[in-house]
Design a protein around this ligand. Structure first.
Ligand code: ATP
Ligand code: MG
Length: 585
């Protein structure tokens, strides 16, 4: 495929980017310098996420600036200042102590994007409990699995979710001591308390205990795209990376209006939906509602969002909606759009430029990395389809396995291999909870192995090829599904595509595509032939799909990732495996 380039022109910036000279920032970067910009707890008692994200501002001149702006499903808009968030999270921290929650105990949250969730997260960090957010749409089984694998001691949820999904499981969760109901005015039982009532009794003053940078702060389960979700453990020190990436990738600065569309049940919604924005003292927009193209465009314009962090699945849905917001709404405040979670098709990057007035900036990371590792920056040229370049402070490489099982870096540009990172950055996961052995297998020869395949070009840009599990071997070629999917969605009829390899004795695997169509298009044999020809012309016959099947929707995780393993299992009539994160079940 022909590669395009979006050049960044410096005289187009009214607000100059915080990272302008990528090479020199990388060269001069040090974690000590980042740490020096933050506060630390008084009297050298360490560094705590709750303090840096909230109290640092609440105790200073910007105490009354807006930290959270919550937009409810039904039209309420509620602002919380840094001072208010400081007091509320203090109350929550005191409440945890009263309830006997100790340092390192796990506090789970199972509720939608409600203010209490954010207050609880900050309260946990202050009190040194471990915050573990779950998607509220999970069914009872995935909830039970996670609460039990994470040794949940306390659960924050709504009355409805408690009655429907948790109460029936209580006997299977002996370690769960307390439930706090965010929306109930009355206690339901001794161990099922009304959060508003309990908070009202708690003091709004709290002294954060000494915090070791290695104290556990967050437990996040991975998305389950490739199998059983793993519980990644993160520590307080991660905030250094959230802060650095908030500046260099998201270009955040105090007073910005920032909107991250991810739910905290997915790591993006915590690292970049809570921590990084508050560290930078922005106004953090939280929308309680689910995706809706008109609503989203309205939020971008009415709230005058400056920086927007979203995901490819949402962008593809906006593309599919056919709306052209700039004709009806004012998006002039927007200065940066970032996207993460899945490969971002070149088509989508360019659509952003055309329809929103800005290209979409792709970036790559994982639950395990805790923060953004590879990104496109405001000031650097974009090569649509590339994830960009490693962050300052991050060393990324392409590695291949040698015969003896060890790995070595491939220096030559364009060669496919596993995307690997040099361990040691602050937000790196510290283990998979209760699975130290699996954690250890992620590291070899001083590299963290991501499980994703990629290439690096001569200029240091990384290109996603596919997850190691999804790579298709066909007639002696290795085919990455992303390349095939991206070619298909260039066709006007195609909204989304998921590509798999179906075992075929003569050729190894046959490339098969599942596609969903844009409105105004109907599945037909004629369209199928047209798409097969379209893909063949773009990709060549070795890589192009040999079969295309129309679906009304693709199976996705709740964070919006296409689950190719499910497409494959269904195609082969095999068991579906863990479907706890599958959307719509
Ligand atoms: P599991 O590990 O349970 O299978 P998961 O890998 O989807 O789930 P996450 O940690 O949420 O869980 O997702 C990280 C993965 O998402 C990456 O390893 C990569 O495969 C994919 N990903 C994230 N961002 C990008 C991107 N910009 N381009 C391509 N792939 C991406
Ligand atoms: Mg993964």
């Amino acid at each position: 495929m022909e590669r395009q380039l979006i050049r960044k022109v410096s005289d187009e910036w009214t607000v100059p980017p915080q990272l302008t000279d990528y090479q020199s920032v990388c060269k001069n970067f040090s974690w000590q310098q980042i740490e020096a910009e933050l506060d630390g707890l008084p009297d050298g008692r360490g560094m705590n996420i709750g303090h840096e994200a909230v109290d640092r501002h609440a105790n200073g001149p910007a105490a009354e600036s807006t930290a959270l702006r919550w937009l409810s499903k039904d039209g309420i808009c509620a602002d919380f200042s840094y001072a208010e968030l400081g007091r509320q999270s203090n109350r929550f921290a005191n409440l945890l102590t009263q309830l006997g929650v100790n340092k390192g105990d796990r506090v789970f949250a199972l509720c939608g994007r409600l203010p209490s969730l954010y207050i609880a997260a900050l309260g946990c960090w202050k009190q040194l409990a471990v915050f573990c957010p779950l998607f509220s749409a999970f069914g009872p089984e995935p909830i039970q699995q996670r609460l039990s694998r994470g040794d949940a001691k306390l659960l924050l949820t709504t009355e409805k979710l408690y009655r429907k999904k948790v109460a029936p499981l209580r006997t299977r969760l002996p370690q769960l001591k307390h439930v706090l109901l965010v929306d109930s005015e009355e206690d339901l039982a001794d161990e099922v308390l009304s959060l508003p009532k309990a908070l009202a009794r708690a003091s709004d003053e709290f002294q954060i205990p000494a915090t070791d940078p290695e104290d556990m702060a967050i437990l996040h389960f991975t998305s389950g795209t490739t199998g059983m979700p793993k519980g990644a453990v993160h520590v307080h020190q991660a905030l250094l990376h959230h802060y650095a990436s908030g500046r260099y990738v998201l270009d955040l600065r105090p007073g910005d209006i920032y909107w991250c569309t991810a739910d905290p049940g997915w790591v993006t919604g915590t690292s970049y939906g809570i921590i990084a924005p508050l560290l930078h003292r922005v106004t953090n927009i939280i929308d309680e509602a689910e995706f809706d193209s008109e609503r989203w465009y309205r939020i971008l314009s009415q709230q005058q969002v400056n920086v927007w962090y979203t995901a490819p699945t949402a962008i593809r849905m906006l593309m599919r909606s056919g709306l052209r917001p700039r004709q009806a709404t004012d998006l002039s405040h927007l200065r940066l759009i970032q996207s993460v979670g899945e490969p971002l098709n070149p088509e989508a990057v360019l659509w952003g430029q055309d329809v929103l007035g800005l290209p979409i900036h792709d970036n790559w990371w994982q639950t395990e990395t805790g923060g953004i590792m590879i990104a496109n920056y405001r000031a650097t040229d974009i090569r649509p389809g590339s994830m960009g370049q490693p962050l300052p402070g991050i060393e990324a490489g392409i590695v291949q396995q040698r015969e003896d099982g060890s790995v070595e870096e491939v220096e030559k540009p364009g060669v496919e291999g596993e995307l690997a990172l040099r361990p040691g950055w602050p937000s790196m996961f510290r283990t998979y909870l209760h699975d130290e052995e699996r954690y250890r297998t992620c590291f070899k020869n001083n590299w963290y192995l991501s499980g994703d395949l990629a290439t690096r070009d001569a200029d240091g840009y990384f290109w996603f090829v596919g997850r190691a599990d999804d790579i298709i071997k066909t007639s002696g070629h290795m085919v990455g599904p992303f390349e095939v999917e991206s070619a298909l969605i260039e066709h006007p009829a195609v909204a989304e595509a998921g590509v798999i390899g179906r075992p075929e004795p003569t050729i190894g695997e046959l490339v098969k595509a599942f596609v969903t169509l844009n409105p105004d298009f109907e599945p037909s044999d004629q369209l199928r032939f047209e798409l097969l020809g379209f893909a063949r012309k773009r990709l060549g016959s070795a890589v192009a799909p040999k079969e295309i099947e129309f679906l009304s929707q693709l199976p996705k995780t709740r964070s919006g990732k296409i689950m190719r393993r499910l497409l494959k299992a269904r195609e082969l009539g095999q068991p579906e495996g863990d479907v706890s994160t599958l959307e719509g079940v």
